[in-house]
Ligand binder design. Structure first.
Ligand code: F6P
Length: 543
C-alpha cells in the first residue's frame, strides 16, 4: 500500500474501532435526514447506502482515499491507453469500445483506435441486418433461425447475461443459445434441439486456444459437416477473436471473422464483437443503446466527485465493509428475473479482476482484496439462503437492485416484488429484539410462557448492512450503464488496493496441470511423480 494511502487507512481503522458499537436502527433513530445524507442520484437512478454501517464522517474518511490513492491519475492513465495491465504489458481500453465516433480519438501506441472500433461495429451491424433480414442463408438456402455462441468466461458470461437481461427486447423469431462447458452435456443437449441447416455458430474466444471452446467448436463443426458437408462451414460458422490466424486455421472464412484487440480484457469484452450474439438477440439498435449507456456511465465515473460518483461509492463501501468491518463476502440480490445471471457475470468481473495476492510492485498485500461474491435473483433467494443472512451470524453486506418499472407487466407482480425487496433491506437493518418479539407474540394472543420460549428463535439481530440501487427500468441503456458501473467499481477498488485488475494469472496453473493430466488419462504419459490422491483418482477412472 502506498504510504499516503496508509495514513488514510489507519485513520479509517481508528474510526471503525471507535464506532464498532453503533447499530443501524439507532443511527436512523438519531438522524431523520439519514437517507437524504447517505443517498445519491444519477440520471434517474437512486443509490441508497443509508443502510450501510457508515456515518457522514465515515464517508468523508473513505472519500479521502480517492485523492490519496490518485484515482484521477489512474483514470487519466487508463484513458490515455497506458499499459496499466503491466504484467501483460497491455492497455485496458474497454472504454474505447463504447466511445462515440464523434467524440474524438482514443490513442493506443500512438494510434487512434476509434476507426478500427467503428469498422468492426459497422461489420457487426451489417451481419445482424443480414441474419434478421434473412439475406444470410445457410448452405441449403434456408434462413438462420438459431444462433449458438460457443465461448467461455468473458466470451460467454457477458452476452449470455445481457441476452437474458434484455429478454423483453428479443427478436421474436431468432433463438440464441449459449454453450460454454467442456462437459459434452452442454453442447449435446443444445444440438439435440437444432437443425444444422438453419443453425449458425459463433465461435467466441479472445485467444482462440481455450480448451473448452476449441473442443466444443470442433464437435459442433463435426455435427454440421456430418449433416451438410465440409463446404457448409463457411455459411454456418463465424468467429470473434483477437487471433485471426487461428480462426483461419480452424477453417472459418476471414470475411466471417470479427476482430477485437489485446487491449480488451476478456471479462471487459461484451462491448466488442463478443457482443455479437447479444446484438443478434436484441437487434443492433439496442446493442448501440447498451454502448450509449455504458459511455454515459464512463463520463459520470470520469467526472463526478467521489461523494456523487456511483462506481466510486460502491468501491469505497466495499472497502469499508471488507477491510474495516471484516466482511469476507457480498451478496448481490437483483429483484429482477431478467438480471438473474448478473451475479455469475459479476463473479468473473470482480473476483477474476481483484482476487489478487500482491500489489503492483509484487509485494504481498497486507489487506484482503475482492470479497467472495454470490447472489441470486429475488424473491427466489428469500426461500433459500436468506435465513442465514437474517439469523446465521455472518456479516453479509447485501446489494439490492430493483427497477421502478417492470420489464414484463402482469397486474399485481411488480408492487409485490418491490415490497419484498424493500422489506428485506428494512428487516436486515432493523432486526427484532427478543423483547420486541415477546411483546409482538403476546399482542397476537400467545400465552406469556410460550412467547418467552419462542422469542429467542423468532428474533433477529439486524444491523446487516445493505445498499439499494434503484433503476428507472431495465432497458439496453440502463443495462449498459449498470455493467459499466461495476467495471469502474472494480477499477476504483484496484487503485486503492494498488493491484492490477486486468490480469488473471490465478487461472493459468490449473490449465497447465490439466494438460499434463490429460496425457496421463489418455495413456500417453506416466503417472510417476503424481501425488497419491491425484494418481488414485486417475486410476479409479480407468475402465
Ligand atoms: O478463465 C480465464 C480466461 O482467460 C478468462 O479471463 C477469459 O474470459 C476466458 O478464459 C476465455 O478466454 P478466451 O476468450 O481466450 O477463450
Amino acid at each position: 500500500m502506498k504510504p499516503a494511502t496508509r495514513v488514510a487507512w489507519d485513520g479509517l481503522a481508528r474510526h471503525a474501532a471507535a464506532g464498532s458499537g453503533a447499530r443501524l436502527r439507532d443511527l436512523f433513530a438519531a438522524d431523520a435526514q439519514r437517507f437524504a445524507r447517505l443517498s445519491t442520484s444519477w440520471n434517474h437512478w437512486l443509490l441508497d447506502y443509508s443502510k450501510q454501517r457508515v456515518t457522514p464522517e465515515t464517508m468523508d474518511l473513505l472519500q479521502a482515499l480517492w485523492q490519496v490513492a490518485d484515482l484521477p491519475g489512474w483514470i487519466a492513465r487508463m484513458r490515455a491507453g497506458e499499459a496499466i495491465n503491466h504484467t501483460e504489458g497491455r492497455a485496458a481500453l474497454h472504454i474505447a469500445l463504447r466511445h462515440p465516433a464523434d467524440k474524438g480519438p482514443i490513442m493506443h501506441a500512438g494510434q487512434d483506435v476509434m476507426p478500427a472500433v467503428h469498422h468492426e461495429l459497422a461489420k457487426m451491424q451489417r451481419f445482424v441486418a443480414g441474419i434478421h433480414g434473412r439475406h444470410w442463408r445457410g448452405a441449403t438456402g434456408e434462413p438462420i433461425s438459431d444462433i449458438v455462441n460457443i465461448g467461455i468466461g468473458g466470451s460467454d458470461l457477458g452476452p449470455r447475461m445481457a441476452t437474458q437481461a434484455l429478454m423483453a427486447f428479443r427478436h421474436p423469431e431468432l433463438r440464441v443459445h449459449y454453450v460454454a462447458n467442456l462437459d459434452a452435456a452442454d453442447l449435446a443437449t443444445t444440438l439435440a434441439t437444432l437443425q444444422p441447416r438453419n443453425t449458425l455458430f459463433v465461435i467466441a474466444s479472445k485467444t482462440f486456444t481455450t480448451q473448452e471452446t476449441m473442443q466444443n467448436a470442433a464437435s459442433a463443426r463435426a455435427w454440421l459437416v456430418g449433416a451438410l458437408g465440409e463446404a457448409a462451414v463457411a455459411r454456418h460458422f463465424v468467429a470473434v477473436s483477437t487471433n485471426l490466424g487461428e480462426v483461419a486455421r480452424f477453417g472459418i472464412d476471414p470475411a466471417n471473422a470479427f476482430a477485437f484487440w489485446d487491449w480488451v480484457g476478456g471479462r471487459y469484452s461484451l462491448w466488442s464483437a463478443i457482443g455479437l450474439p447479444l446484438a443478434l438477440a436484441v437487434g443492433y439498435d439496442n446493442f448501440e443503446k447498451l454502448l450509449a449507456g455504458a459511455h454515459a456511465m464512463d463520463e459520470h465515473f470520469f467526472s463526478a466527485p467521489p461523494q456523487e460518483n456511483l462506481p466510486g461509492l460502491l468501491a469505497l463501501l466495499e472497502i469499508w465493509n471488507s477491510n474495516f468491518l471484516g466482511a469476507d463476502n457480498r451478496v448481490l440480490l437483483p429483484y429482477s428475473q431478467s438480471l438473474g445471471l448478473l451475479p455469475r457475470y459479476l463473479q468473473q468481473l470482480e473476483m477474476e479482476s481483484n482476487g489478487k495476492p500482491v500489489d503492483r510492485q509484487g509485494e504481498p498485500l497486507d489487506c484482503t482484496t475482492a470479497p467472495i461474491l454470490w447472489g441470486e435473483a429475488g424473491t427466489n433467494g428469500q426461500h433459500a439462503f436468506y435465513q442465514l443472512i437474517h439469523q446465521g451470524g455472518h456479516l453479509i453486506p447485501c446489494e439490492f437492485i430493483a427497477c421502478r418499472e417492470a420489464d414484463f407487466a402482469l397486474p399485481g407482480h411488480h408492487e409485490k416484488l418491490l415490497a419484498n425487496c424493500f422489506a428485506q433491506g428494512e428487516a436486515l437493518m432493523r432486526g427484532k429484539t427478543p423483547d420486541e418479539t415477546f411483546t409482538e407474540l403476546r399482542a397476537g394472543g400467545m400465552a406469556a410462557d410460550e412467547a418467552a420460549r419462542l422469542a429467542p428463535f423468532r428474533s433477529f439481530p439486524g444491523n446487516q448492512p445493505s445498499t439499494t440501487l434503484l433503476l428507472p427500468r431495465l432497458d439496453p441503456f440502463n443495462l449498459g450503464a449498470l455493467l459499466a458501473l461495476y467495471e469502474h467499481k472494480v477499477f476504483a477498488e484496484s487503485v486503492i488496493w494498488d493491484i492490477n485488475p486486468f490480469d488473471q494469472w490465478g487461472v493459468e496453473y490449473g490449465k497447465q496441470l490439466a494438460s499434463r493430466l490429460l496425457s496421463i488419462i489418455e495413456g500417453k504419459a506416466s503417472a510417476a511423480g503424481l501425488d497419491s490422491s491425484t494418481a488414485g483418482l486417475i486410476a479409479a477412472c480407468k475402465p
